[in-house]
Design a protein around this ligand. Structure first.
Ligand code: NAD
Length: 290
């Protein structure tokens, strides 16, 4: 049976290409002509509407911008898919939307799994993504062979919605820690420390974290970090803001007090208003150091 792939953008395009490389027969659709052309060049059989993509598919993978997109497409595709199809959503969306989408699929007798990713466009291209999955064991087992073609690490986090829950909790840590690292560099400079001296200490001391050692917001100490190329490429500030908003919406719904998450969301909102959504989220340091 074929694999249907809907949403062939920055992430979905290379993910679908990796399924093709692994020998899967992939049928795909995206409303963007550029995305369709790139997918076609990578060996995806591109069709001209989403329903046509799911004909004869055993698994339907979605990689879309928002929960609204996922729900709208599921309403169209779920009744059109063959019995017992696996619906695998890899988009980052609200936990409540993930549960609603899975409910639509399982209500028609299909299997459903939320499996958002970490690793960005580089991980999507290199098939080294981390997948965090939520749904029944049967759905995870059915998804595993496909996920292995696109990622290096798979974690079954729990029941439906648990993958999205893990994703937004992780990115809450990331957003807050990037701001803390940026403030530390700003203060260090004010106190006369060089960036390298602070990095050499904090990267091997208790301030150590991914935002410092891999995605360092100042140029120099970590040559591969986006700070060395004017914050181009990497994980866009607009996507970080989206994830912080999802985390805050979930915290409010669950009655959990996330004071730093709330503050981080406000700082990223201000930053995206001034700088735009496109540069790497570590560029927030430019709004702190001036
Ligand atoms: P993108 O905008 O590049 O791709 C989304 C694609 O979905 C677009 O090509 C769009 O045309 C397509 N689309 C919209 N409606 C559609 C429909 N009805 N049918 C088929 N295709 C449709 O976004 P992206 O960067 O690939 O991100 C996709 C998802 O992955 C988002 O939820 C994002 O939060 C998440 N994510 C992105 C990154 C990253 O670094 N870019 C990292 C982790 C997670």
């Amino acid at each position: 049976m074929s694999t249907a792939f809907l949403g062939l953008g920055n992430m979905g395009g290379p993910m679908a290409a990796n399924l093709v490389k692994a020998g899967e027969e992939v049928t795909g659709y995206d409303p963007s002509p550029e995305a369709r052309a790139a997918a076609s060049a990578a060996g995806v059989s591109v069709v001209d509407n989403a329903v046509a993509a799911v004909a004869g598919a055993g698994v339907v993978i979605t990689m879309l911008p928002s929960g609204g997109h996922v729900l709208e497409l599921y309403r169209e595709l779920v009744p059109a898919a063959g019995p017992g199809t696996l619906f695998l959503d890899c988009s980052t969306i609200e936990v409540a939307d993930a549960r609603a989408a899975a409910g639509l699929a399982t209500g028609h007798g299909h299997l459903a799994l939320d499996a958002p990713v970490s690793g960005g466009v580089v991980g999507a291209g290199a098939a080294t993504l981390t997948f965090m999955a939520g749904g029944p064991a049967e759905a995870f087992a059915a998804a595993e062979p496909h996920l292995k073609h696109m990622g290096a690490k798979l974690v079954h986090c729990g029941e439906t919605g648990a993958g999205q829950a893990a994703k937004i909790c992780n990115n809450l840590i990331l957003g807050v820690s990037m701001i803390a690292v940026s403030e530390a560099f700003a203060l260090g400079r004010g106190l006369g420390l060089t960036d390298q001296a602070l990095f050499d200490v904090a990267s091997t001391a208790s301030g150590q974290c991914w935002a410092l050692t891999t995605n360092c917001p100042v140029p120099g100490p970590v040559p591969a970090s986006p700070a060395n190329r004017d914050y181009r490429g990497g994980f866009a500030s607009g996507l970080m803001l989206k994830d912080l908003r999802l985390a805050q919406a979930a915290a409010q719904a669950e009655g959990v007090r996330t004071a730093l998450g709330d503050h981080a969301e406000r700082l990223y909102t201000e930053f995206v208003e001034q700088d735009g959504p496109g540069r790497d989220f570590s560029a927030i340091i430019t709004g702190i150091t001036g």
